[in-house]
Design a binder for this molecule. Sequence first.
Ligand code: NOJ
Length: 753
Amino acid sequence: MTTTNEATANPPDLDDLIARMTPAEKAGQLTQYFYLGAMAGADETATPAEGMAGLAALVEASVRAGEAGALLFVTKPAAINRLQRLAREETRLGIPLLFGFDVIHGLRTILPVPIAMAASWDPPLIEEGQSMAAQEARAVGIHWTFAPMVDIARDPRWGRMIEGAGEDPYLGAAVAAAQVRGFQGGGALDAFTGVIAGPKHFAGYGAALGGRDYDEVNLSDSELWNVYLPPFEAAIAAGAGNVMTAYMDLNGIPATGNEWLLEHVLRGAWGFDGFVVSDSGAVRDLATHGFAKDLGDAAARAVNAGVDMEKAMFDAAYTRLPAAVEMGAADQRAVDASVRRVLTAKVRMGLFDAAYVDEERAREVLADPTHREIARRVAERSAVLLRNEGNLLPIDPSNVSTMAVIGGLADSKRDTLGPWVFDFDLGETVTVLEGIRNRLGDSVRVSHAPGPLIPPRVFPSPFDRMDGGPAPIPVDYDEDAEFRRAVDLATEVDIVVMVVGENQNMIGELASRSSLELPGRQLELLQAVVATGTPVVLVVMNGRPLDLRWAAEHVGAILDIWYPGTRGGEATAGILFGDVSPGGKLPFTWPRTVGQVPIIASHTLSHGPGEQGRRYWDEASTPLFPFGHGLSYGTFEYADPSVSPASAPRDGTVTVSVEVTNTSKREADEVVQLYIHQRHGSASRPVRELKGFQRVTLGAGESRTIQFAIGPAERRYWNAAVRDWVSDASTFDVWVGGDSTATTTATFEITKD
Ligand code: NOJ
């Protein structure tokens, strides 16, 4: 390799640049390395943390040699500039680095977790939230986020359900597209306020066997095309610049070596023109799967299948690409095409012109108070009111003089933020307890008892190490005394707000569970608190449905706030005291017990199940709460929908109109949902499929007519028998209402021509 500095023009002629690159530089350009020196807590210039120095030095050596294309996990502007300088000024070709990071629900200002955002059923709001996150990320020098996660999740044992939009392909597609638009600054990439969005994990990852993270996935053709792929297609149509592969085998072929997925579906059927990155270590894993015979073979198979860049923790398989090309195993044209795609992304991001970040501006953007307001609004609109017997909520502060806030999660700043965040500021994080106290001032005496600590996970989360992990349990800790203190407090007050759920490290990546029960003694404490006779409002912090069977029968009000982010406590208080009416809806079917899993709204009909309508003899077949469920402080009435025209040909569109009235005395939001069912045709179709929704705000007594178009795109489906998209002539039922059990209905006909 020559050592002359042949720095590139801005922007470079890519043909010329690629022609000048050595095989090792090409392989390096196709590699993204973990740089773990720069995590939260490390100093501004990201001097590698203890234990990481050796690995970081190796990565820096690759950067200096011009043999690294991208880094991840660097989030400090000074560190990004320092490393970028190595690439720009100390390498032969001066090709800038691309910095990627998991900006999943905010960088500094933390939004509610993704499943919560999906529960807002409000794509423009989600777009606004992720646009704010992108502005913060871009300001510190991050060019690319490994988000959105658009994997359909139908098994809540799988911890990563929290990162997606739930069970439904239609809602999932809308949320995926909104996030891509938000991250990328509109449809096209805006280099200075947007970051490249990377929908992941392509494809099918959410269907992991037994809900066990990374486990194999076996999906029928019909499920793949009709359920698991649509959110990806929507993200690509919205302009996503990147796609990340998945870890597991899809129907026996590892997703990261799956040419059919990458070339036939992604680039062929959908015309994706961005670059594909592997999940971390997934190229090496091709050997683990018993697919590739060694790391050289793994590299060859991945690049030949269309994986442009390898995300590598260490010893990247792609360093073996030059040898693999030499041996004829890896295709030189595939390598060059991948290099071009990666360089094109750098050109699109303006990195050959402006590679460095302005550290002063970064500080200003991160401190922007409007970002905290967005976080509050998203949290307010994401909360789901699951139950409200006798209108226990909202609480009128003038009717209470004492209140107890019970539960350890109620005042845990770290848990309020949720998983997959690293650069947060705990100082500005508002817990539920703080939010309530700030809202009430001196008018109500608010006391707090955490109750018994939630015992830690059996083995620590891989992320605990990065953010310090949970505090150790004190040696003289008396769990029973904490239990009694909480119950005693409940007897002394006018009302209890009890916060239950999972610690944030119990959900997310590598956080699958075999049970959905509230961990620790939370249910026992809830039962004891309810037994005091004091009215109880239950607030749930979660990223998956938990077993709330007892609460759903015995607790007056249940509010799901998810992990609500930086301003979550303030948003929660606003809802509890009625400043804001909750309007979120469940993006998944809430099972009664783990034994019902998977349970979804869009199942097909089949034999039986007999008079009782039950398929289990020991449990109901119905969920605890249906998909789309969520109450508000308003009440809504739906008139019968009308469909016009009543009959249309297969390429035609019908319009469903329905009048919705807020029959209450206060302004409130409703998510008007439209479901269809095809009565007969060339395949069995789901009993109900979501095909439209609109979140509307209606004033007291206000009526509005909402319209939905049902065209060929809403009616077509992938037919496994003919292995193609079909559109049947049939009779269709339509339901419109506030959840998936809506009863107002109409029909229309689709004729052959
Ligand atoms: C592994 C995860 O599966 C993926 O979602 C994430 O983006 C990468 N690690 C990088 O952190």
